[in-house]
Design a protein around this ligand. Structure first.
Ligand SMILES: NC(=O)c1ccc[n+]([C@@H]2O[C@H](COP(=O)([O-])OP(=O)(O)OC[C@H]3O[C@@H](n4cnc5c(N)ncnc54)[C@H](OP(=O)(O)O)[C@@H]3O)[C@@H](O)[C@H]2O)c1
Length: 329
């Protein structure tokens, strides 16, 4: 029990089962606070959480720069995962999905500069480019491993067939996809089956349903006016109301178990043997989330959870239409 190091698939990469999603420290989820974020990353390491998740597009670049400050002088203690494949120019303007070898090779140098390091532990393709064979994209990633700029490679939001093609070019260490009590579609579309078969590690992003499962978001007024979640169908109109009812069930179960709703949601992912990277910019939530690693469910409790939160339980798509169409699933 407790936070522990797990192998991400069979490639040799080891990470803490509870990771830290750093996105919200710099982007998408309202106000930011650099001092508190740096304190949270420092606390994470003390708690045994060494797996940091970022991407060039978070900020853009601001999140990688924040992480450079957090890891300075203790680089080797962290497993730093960043992502490319959604192009941003040097001024931070979004240009769309781009999996071309030229872009990948340019992007890693920019990420290394921002992170102030000479290697990334885990380099993900953030979105799959429909116009470029994934084998070409992965060929470029493989070259980065050969020259030591990346230690391991991963994919995010890739379909079962894309994962297979990618893995035939270079071993894929991790697949990162949304997974939580709210979002279980990978159990049904062959993705989990494929990663398990190929020995690829699984990293669950948004394991708290983008904060919904914590029970702290009761109305849209709880989100800043520019919070990205306001554009997420699950946070809109009737969907929001129905999803609050699902959250009530999480609350009831967590009360019975004597834990918090966030801890219950995270423990469910961890018990499956996956890594979960809940996002927070605060030490308070991080401490609470770390407690999830102490929780164990009996078979009976797991069956009850399956019954209450079957795949498809959340109302609404998990992204607005345009972003939904950029998922390779
Ligand atoms: N690959 C991809 O396409 C992709 C997409 C989305 C996210 N990600 C990665 O996954 C990470 C996590 O996902 P996420 O941040 O979208 O969603 P999440 O982890 O499901 O939820 C994050 C939200 O929950 C809140 N929270 C965390 N712990 C809490 C607690 N104990 N009590 C109450 N509220 C709590 C956070 O609040 P505060 O922020 O106020 O602390 C934040 O608003 C991101 O940081 C990012 O690195 C990857």
């Amino acid at each position: 029990m407790g936070i522990k190091k797990i192998a991400l698939g069979s490639s040799g990469l080891k990470v803490s089962n509870l990771g830290l999603g750093c996105m919200g420290m710099s982007a998408f989820y309202g106000e930011t606070d650099e001092a508190e974020s740096l304190a949270a990353i420092a606390l994470a390491l003390e708690l045994g959480v060494n797996f940091l998740d970022t991407a060039e597009i978070y900020g853009p670049f601001k999140n990688e720069i924040l992480i450079s400050k957090a890891i300075k002088g203790k680089r080797e203690k962290f497993i730093v995962a960043t992502k490319t494949g959604v192009e941003v120019d040097d001024d931070g303007n979004f240009k769309g999905v781009n999996g071309s070898p030229d872009y990948i090779k340019k992007a890693i140098d920019r990420s290394l500069k921002h992170l102030e390091t000479d290697y990334v532990d885990l380099y993900y393709i953030h979105r799959i480019d429909p116009n470029i064979p994934v084998e070409e994209t992965i060929g470029a990633m493989s070259d980065l491993v050969k020259i030591g700029k990346a230690r391991y490679i991963g994919l995010s939001e890739a379909s079962a067939s894309t994962i297979r093609k990618a893995h035939s070019v270079h071993p894929v260490s991790a697949l990162q996809t949304e997974y939580s009590l709210f979002e279980r579609s990978i159990e049904e579309n062959g993705i989990l089956e494929t990663v398990n078969e190929l020995g690829i590690g699984f990293v669950a992003y948004s394991p708290l349903g983008r904060g919904f499962l914590s029970g702290e978001i009761r109305s849209l007024d709880d989100l800043a006016p520019d919070d990205w979640r306001r554009s997420n169908p699950r946070f809109q109109g009737e969907n929001f109301k129905k999803n609050l009812e699902v959250v009530e069930e999480v609350k009831k179960l967590s009360e019975q178990k004597g834990v918090t709703p966030s801890q219950l949601a995270l423990a469910w992912v961890l018990q499956k043997g996956y890594s979960a990277i809940p996002g927070t910019k605060r030490r308070k939530y991080l401490m609470e989330n770390a407690g999830a690693a102490e929780i164990e469910f009996s078979e009976k409790e797991l069956a009850l959870i399956d019954n209450i939160f079957p795949p498809g339980v959340a109302s609404g798509e998990r992204y607005p239409p345009q972003q939904m169409s950029s998922l390779n699933v």
